[in-house]
Design a protein around this ligand. Sequence first.
Ligand code: 5AD
Ligand code: FES
Length: 370
Amino acid sequence: MIEELGQIVAEQQLSRQDLVRILSCGADQAPLLKEAANQVMRRHVGDLVYYRGIIEFSNICTMDCCYCGIRRSNVLDVPRYRLSREQITETAIWCADQGYGSVVLQSGERQDEEFIAFTESVIRTIKQRTVSDRLPAGLGITLGIGQQSPQTYERLYRAGAHRYLLRIETTDEELFGRIHPPAQTLSSRIACLQSLREIGYQVGTGVMIGIPGQTLEMLADDIAFFAEQDIDMIGMGPYIVHPDSAMAELGMMERGPLLQLSLNMIAAVRLALKDVNIAATTALQAIAPDGREQGLSYGANVTMPNLTPVEVRKGYQLYAGKPCLEESSQDCSTCLLRRIQSLGRDVGFDQWGDSPHAAAAGRIPGQQES
Ligand code: 5AD
Ligand code: FES
């Protein structure tokens, strides 16, 4: 078995069957898989870990994804909040002062003009106020505000956001349909990813791992989709049930196997896509205290310290057991640095940390042909 895995991970082109084999690895084969993923990571993206300080600037959401704790229909238990322009800007400046080269602005999904205009002007302000000798073009800004029109994407790109995260959640049409209301379609999400790419964003996507009804073959097909769509960044995490969501009664995988499958998925993506950025997400830490470090040790090279002000953090619980609800940004930062150094890796301070995949395609602002 181990020899067979060794042969598979050494292959240049992984077939669907190879990917399924990697995804089914147990703890006994983990050291070999980790080593292979690490080698590919070091060769194609280096071994620095990049920070993206994440600011969850509002939990007001017009969408109704069945798995999510802040979905529109969840009216009872979620006090809705929005951070002020000053709160967001001050947090972003703190992030730049700490040497984090990039910030992620994430919120619930809204398409109204007030929200878009607010987001646009916040992006402009952050860009202006974070220019320094250390960051001559200001903080790198990644947006995650869901499905928007091409015009909106264009407007926010012009304001200075250069990366966008929009998870596809699953590329299996039937499964996608089961976890979303009929008005939310797989094809419209794919169209958004294509529009983001055409505008010039570095595009990130990803899936939830361990959704009830999801198979290893589906996850292998998700990886093939990332390759086909020429994706630059990947953010994936375990599906964790939220007790007040519409999927609560379907339960979730057991934590041990779910953690291993999530780590296998990170390694499989690293082996298949090679030069993309891969995030070790917070949801990994919700199912194991050292989940994010484990993600980094399976080939991930990005992590996202939570900078959302502690007063509102509890309002952004998409799933149960989200970690670090009480810790200050400073505490999270110190804790994370120690954890990364314990892996023998360093942090890429004062850099945007764009993926070599995006750089090779010329998707770095200032490097595009005009
Ligand atoms: N478990 C894990 N991830 C979740 N997300 C939303 N709800 C859950 C959940 N219950 C993820 C989705 C979404 C991102 C913002 O959060 O993948 O795209
Ligand atoms: Fe879609 Fe929260 S409503 S992820």
